[in-house]
Write a protein that binds this ligand. Structure first.
Ligand SMILES: O=C(O)C(=O)C[C@]1(C(=O)O)C=C[C@@H](O)C=C1
Length: 418
């Protein structure tokens, strides 16, 4: 279903475009016993995660089949650009080329800086989020979300920073699915104000535009503003916002604009035709930081915990009981998301008189505002486990508490990151 949704967009890439096929989610949850209390050491915490995650046996993809084009020469430099003489052009060869699946040989590149994988090319909001989460990091561009997960799993990167939801566009479903299919831990979150610009080649006027390209989330976040600017032109989806800007520059497209950051304009030699075109000035995207090891949950600062569960029960009663387990302990939920249950997407229910009904089965993702070091959170999860057939803690991590400012998307702020 996700694949079908993704492929409904036209996606153009400048770099190698490997096809990654993840096997369907297989395996059934094993029943586990939930410890009543947690110690405070990393070892205690890791064994806790191991117990919970053993429930997800079989949910990790295997038999990855990867195909990639061997044509590396698809990446031209911008020097063929019509206006190159008047532009402050950065040759593409000087910018980091995104990692693709074929680059993921497990040869670690140890350096002094934390290596942080993100999806997109330099100038993408995800790169800014990586810089906000880890101010002095070495940001590693990846051409797909899946590659960013694998870069961490294979020790090519130390962390991945990935968008999970936007205040206007909603959830980034792909990453919810990948969180379940991989075994990385959420170790933090950052909320990034997203300030979009309309970018085009120097000298291009809005009236000349026949197409606007960007990441589907960015197109959705600017939909009303584009219409009010009279830009009722074709919208075309691209893998990331900065990649769309780069594509326009490389191909000298004078009839096409990109929605991207002002940093992307600088990097790829485009002009800002309109500034701040997001439909809401408070537009913000939430990213999570992923690592191979979990952080040890603490109680001396606000923490969030993310879980995913499935149940075999019918109707809404299980969901009600799960929500009540948190409500009765005064634990605030900050997010609920449901995704198709990939193991068993449909349940057939026979009714002798009426026929056979098909119910859809779901995985439920919940974020709640408590640390797993708190007894109330442990008790809530112990109770949730009684009602569910599968439960996994994706992470218990410090909340992003940086003061809100809608204009600081490119500002690198330090957060207590792990
Ligand atoms: O395309 C980018 O620049 C991204 O970093 C991706 C992404 C997303 O996936 O939501 C991140 C932030 C914005 O919401 C728009 C796009």
């Amino acid at each position: 279903m996700e694949a079908a949704m993704q492929s409904s967009f036209t996606s153009q890439k400048l770099y190698r475009t490997p096809t990654v096929r993840c096997s369907a989610v297989t395996g059934k949850a094993a029943s586990v016993s939930f410890p009543n209390s947690l110690g405070s050491s990393r070892a205690d915490w890791q064994s806790m995660c191991a117990i919970i995650n053993s429930n997800s046996a079989g949910l990790v993809p295997h038999n990855h089949s990867t195909t990639s084009s061997s044509d590396d020469t698809k990446v031209p430099v911008i020097n063929g650009h019509h206006d190159s003489a008047t532009l402050d052009i950065v040759p593409v060869s000087k910018l980091a080329r995104p990692l693709s699946i074929s680059d993921l040989s497990p040869a670690p590149m140890h350096g002094s800086e934390l290596r942080v994988a993100y999806q997109g090319v330099p100038g993408a909001y995800s790169e800014a989020a990586a810089g906000k989460a880890y101010p002095k990091c070495d940001a590693i561009p990846c051409d797909q979300f899946e590659v960013a997960f694998q870069a961490v799993e294979l020790w090519i990167a130390d962390r991945a920073v990935l968008p999970v939801e936007n205040s206007l566009g909603g959830s980034i479903h792909r990453n919810y699915d990948l969180l379940l299919r991989h075994r990385l831990h959420i170790v933090g979150e950052v909320q990034l104000p997203v300030h979009h610009c309309l970018l085009a080649l120097p000298g291009v006027r809005k009236e000349c535009l026949t197409r606007v390209m960007s990441h589907p989330q960015a197109l959705a976040q600017c939909e009303h503003t584009l219409t009010s600017l009279g830009l009722n032109v074709a919208r075309e989806a691209f893998d990331d916002t900065a990649g769309a800007a780069e594509y326009i520059a490389i191909n000298s497209l004078r009839d096409t604009a990109a929605i991207a950051s002002s940093r992307a304009a600088e990097l790829y030699g485009l002009e800002v035709l309109e500034d701040g075109i997001q439909d809401d000035s408070g537009n913000v995207t939430r990213f999570v930081m992923l690592a191979r090891e979990p952080v040890v949950p603490r109680t001396d600062r606000p923490f969030k915990t993310s879980i995913v569960f499935a149940h075999n029960g019918e109707g809404t009663s299980v969901l009600f009981k799960v929500l009540a387990a948190f409500a009765f302990r005064d634990i605030n939920l900050t997010k609920i998301e449901s995704r198709p249950h990939r193991n068993q997407p449909i349940r057939l229910v026979d009714d002798a008189d009426v026929g056979t009904a098909k119910h859809f089965e779901y995985m439920f993702y919940i974020d709640f505002q408590a640390s797993l070091a708190e007894a109330r959170a442990q008790n809530a999860l112990a109770e949730v486990q009684e009602y569910t057939s599968f439960l996994r803690v994706l992470g218990s991590y410090p909340m992003d508490m940086t003061p809100w400012s809608s204009s600081s998307s490119t500002t690198v702020l330090s957060s207590g990151s792990s």
